[in-house]
Design a protein around this ligand. Structure first.
Ligand code: TXA
Ligand code: MG
Length: 320
């Protein structure tokens, strides 16, 4: 199948209404969308990504009101953070109504729901009478896409259309939360930092971002978000000496003077963690394409979005 990239929202809506998959821009990463109420369309997402059916999908809605009929309950603390962070990069696990197919939730009683803020995605949703199921638009286990070219590289020939929306402005996936024993719990670190949730709720939610054998969410499996080139952590640029082999380096803010500049990628010259998050996946895609023998990346400071970036890097550096 030929894969086109374009800015035609009507065309994207038309394909989705016909039960096709379309890659769409969101503020976090590009998603691979399909009609979230059409099982055959949903299966096409799993096929294109080669993703196991045991991995549930997030449903995207144009606003909170549109979610009502798909969930049985929306506890007050979650409503509070939804009011603050929607539209935006927050996914909430809520008990599903029988209108949500079990293929979306992989048999779980809870469904992940999100109201995205990207204006193009919003406009698309407003033309549709169904929510859009959308995982990140990458092949399973690979680096998430933050530009349309990243999607094309991985899914070319497998989907008919990529809706162009420019760079994703958050650059890392949504933060996933839910309730356990009357408290909000964080299931995936994401674009909304823990500090912001803590400020809103008055307590720091427990982080259940495990890497054990039975992950609640796929982003929790130990090896994920990974380039094909082997990736490991390195020291700060001041302490890192380039070895003689053909290696690429991703640093937070500063170049190393002992490594050729063209072997280095700087995430944020001004030292801004938000900018580093926006560029993270592009850095991994770009450096992966340059066919170094090995890639090295500096760990971020363990706060705010640095914690989210480190979470992704911890998984990307795990051996396959
Ligand atoms: O920012 C995002 O969340 C992006 C954009 C496209 O919205 N989507 C995204 O989807 O990251 P995905 O499928 O790549 O990651 C969603 C994670 C998966 O790890 C999945 O297992 C988990 O959310 N998840 C979804 N529904 C769930 C459910 N009902 N129960 C537990 N985990 C769920
Ligand atoms: Mg993903």
């Amino acid at each position: 199948m030929e894969t086109k990239i374009g800015t035609d929202i009507d065309q994207a809506a038309h394909l989705l209404k016909k039960g096709e998959c379309v890659a769409v821009p969101t503020e976090t990463v590009y998603g691979l969308a399909a009609n979230g109420l059409d099982e055959a369309a949903i299966r096409k997402i799993f096929e294109a990504k080669e993703r196991p059916m045991s991995n549930p999908l997030i449903l995207h809605f144009r606003n909170e009101a549109a979610i009502e009929q798909f969930v049985l309950d929306f506890p007050a603390p979650l409503k509070k953070i939804a009011a603050q962070f929607w539209p935006g990069p927050l996914t909430i696990l809520l008990p599903k109504s029988d209108q949500v197919p079990f293929v979306i939730t992989a048999g779980n009683e809870r469904v992940g729901v999100r109201v995205p803020s990207h204006p193009i995605f919003q406009k698309l949703l407003s033309q549709l009478e169904f929510p859009l199921a959308a995982p990140s638009a990458n092949s399973y286990g690979q680096i998430s896409p933050t530009r349309s070219e990243h999607v094309l590289k991985q899914l070319k020939g497998k989907i008919p259309y990529i809706l162009e929306g420019g760079w994703c402005t958050s650059g890392v996936e949504s933060t996933i939360v839910g309730m356990e024993a009357e408290k909000v719990v964080i299931y995936r670190l994401g674009a909304i930092p823990n500090e912001a949730l803590e400020e809103s709720l008055g307590y720091l939610p427990e982080i259940k971002n495990h890497t054990d054998a039975l992950p609640v969410t796929s982003g929790m499996v130990a090896h994920h978000y990974a380039p094909n080139t082997p990736l490991s952590y390195c020291d700060s640029p001041e302490k890192t000496n380039g070895n003689s082999s053909n290696s690429g380096y991703i640093f937070f803010q500063n170049y190393s003077n002992s490594i050729p500049r063209e072997n280095q990628f700087i995430l944020s010259e001004k030292g801004d963690l938000r900018e580093a998050a926006v560029k993270l996946y592009d850095a991994l895609h770009t450096m992966d394409e340059r066919k170094f023998d090995h890639l090295f990346v500096e760990k971020m400071i363990e706060k705010e979005l640095g914690r989210t970036i480190n979470d992704r890097l911890n998984r990307a550096t795990k051996k396959k």
